[in-house]
Design a protein around this ligand. Sequence first.
Ligand code: 13P
Ligand code: SF4
Length: 305
Amino acid sequence: MNVSEIQNQILKLKKENDIYILAHSYQAREITEIADFVGDSYALSVKAATVDAKTVLMCGVRFMAETVKILSPQKKVILASPDAGCPMAEQMDKELIEQLKEMNPEYKVVAYINTTAELKTICDVCVTSSSAVKIIKAMPEKDILFIPDINLGTYVSKQCPDKNIKLVSGGCPTHCRVSEKHVLKAKEEHPNALLLVHPECTPDVAVHADYIGSTSGIIDYAVNSDAKEFIIGTENSISEHLQYECPDKMFYPLSKDLVCHNMKITTLPDVLNCCKGIAGEEIILDDETIARAKKCIDKMIEYGG
Ligand code: 13P
Ligand code: SF4
């Protein structure tokens, strides 16, 4: 079977079986083409809360599927590839965060959405890369313990100088692969290009950026800009999607190594097999985890909406 035959089978099966396909924008082109909705972590969460279908198939990583389950517990939620985790989401466990809370009792714990459902149960507010600044500014509290991404946390701290933000040392292994050295090389090769980076990049990269934003923020900025050339400092699928969307512009990955292997695990045939009911993993969370983690995600939607 070729790509379009598989895509047609998926479109037929998802209609027959009442399956709604959500895809993060880091997914491969052939998957985003057949998804019902493609977006960044924030947009996916907001969409998940309103979807009607009986089954939601998440093409992304585990914390994204867990977020859908937390927001729609009555639905069957399938993670297309059971091995697709986010290493950052696994970096901190409950014990560590409980200890930090004991040491900083007056601090509100703000968790990047790239955390496990279990960890969210002991955090106060969730944020995504596109909503973090808005949410933290909207929070009445000043003292904030931000977990687990030190780079996103550093970026947010700079944007929210009135807040007292304590950071913990975690981060995305994919975005941490690029450094100032890559920026200088890319700028030398493409002197007219604007540099657009994700806030998960380290500060030595972010300091050179013309724009810092989430995956959707980067896409919107590039599509709407009058500039013709862009160096893209996030997962390389974004450079590829943009090149399809804007054939009259040029997009250069900041590094060929900016690949998130977990986001790339899911293939189009995996999606087909999930629609046939012979692949994927159903996300099961107990009622207490759902209820406690939901409070943290609801706060995100309340402050970020
Ligand atoms: P977004 O918030 O831009 O979707 O980022 C999610 C992510 O995992 C980036 O590495
Ligand atoms: Fe996690 Fe980084 Fe991959 Fe995003 S790019 S899913 S933060 S490992």
